[in-house]
Ligand binder design. Structure first.
Ligand code: GLC
Ligand code: MG
Length: 258
């Protein structure tokens, strides 16, 4: 066993993971991963962050159903809301940053020109996130048109399409990756001591924002696999196993856990 390996497994790290089909999806592997993460947090001060597309309401449902560990911070609504230590109110410094130049009403008004955009449930419409269902067939036509109409109206937005069905419209300066970096810098943790995990389109931002270590789980969706294949990187590991099993495999690969 090399010194590097011995050193790294006792060093605290920042663990950032998507929930649906990444952390959650293989109950047996999740029990093993939770056990290891909980111990690492207790013994070495490792931090656990969930980065989900879900609103806080839908997050709570999953948290209860799957008995998830309490995270040190929750990044919700595709990176547009950050909650520290179980707080009910989102981190004001982050919300403040996203409100610059964001005109939610005008974004919503712009989307009404597209019949193929079906609004998601009210719970998933958030102060800095407007979300729709959009089929893959319609997406290739609608996305470029919507993008240019938003630009024409000087709306500084980011469009994120996931699993061939979900479209999120966010302020330009937000996504899961930027929210993760906000926390990483706040806590003073280096990129090489940070690992991010995901399975779908809204996780590309986690993998592409910097030099954080990345774990793409084996069951990743097409849009993420395509992006991964066209942007290969030593910092990113494509796991063979699915969900929490793939995370365990990746954490071992990078030497964060045994
Ligand atoms: C979650 C959210 C949904 C979002 C999707 C993709 O399912 O509930 O609003 O569109 O993630 O980001
Ligand atoms: Mg997911």
């Amino acid at each position: 066993m090399s010194n590097f390996y011995l050193n790294s497994i006792v060093t605290p790290f920042l663990f950032v993971t998507d929930l649906d089909n990444t952390l959650v999806g293989d109950d047996k592997a999740l029990v093993e991963l939770n056990h290891k993460l909980r111990r690492h947090r207790e013994e070495h001060g490792t931090k656990i962050v969930y980065a989900t597309g879900r609103s806080p309401v839908l997050y709570q449902q999953l948290q209860t159903a799957k008995n998830l560990l309490q995270p040190d911070a929750l990044i919700a609504a595709v990176g547009t809301e950050i909650y520290l230590n179980g707080n009910d109110t989102p981190e004001p410094a982050w919300s403040e940053r996203l409100s610059q130049g964001w005109d939610r009403d005008l974004v919503v008004a712009t989307t009404t020109h597209f019949a193929d955009l079906t609004p998601q449930p009210d719970s998933e419409q958030r102060p800095f996130k407007v979300s729709f269902f959009l089929t893959e067939v319609a997406a290739s036509v609608v996305l470029p048109q919507l993008k240019s109409l938003l630009q024409e109206r000087s709306l500084d937005t980011k469009l994120i399409y996931s699993t061939g069905q979900d479209l999120d419209i966010l302020p330009r300066n937000s996504d899961k990756g930027l929210a993760m970096q906000f926390l990483r810098q706040k806590w003073g943790i280096e990129a090489e001591k940070t690992v991010v995990c995901g399975d779908s389109g809204n996780d590309i931002a986690l993998f592409s924002v910097g030099e954080e270590r990345g774990i793409v789980v084996g069951n990743a969706s097409l849009e993420l696999l395509e992006w991964h294949n066209t942007n290969p990187d030593n910092y990113r590991y494509l796991a063979k196993a699915n969900c929490a099993g793939g995370i365990l495999e990746g954490l071992k690969h990078f030497g964060f856990l045994e």
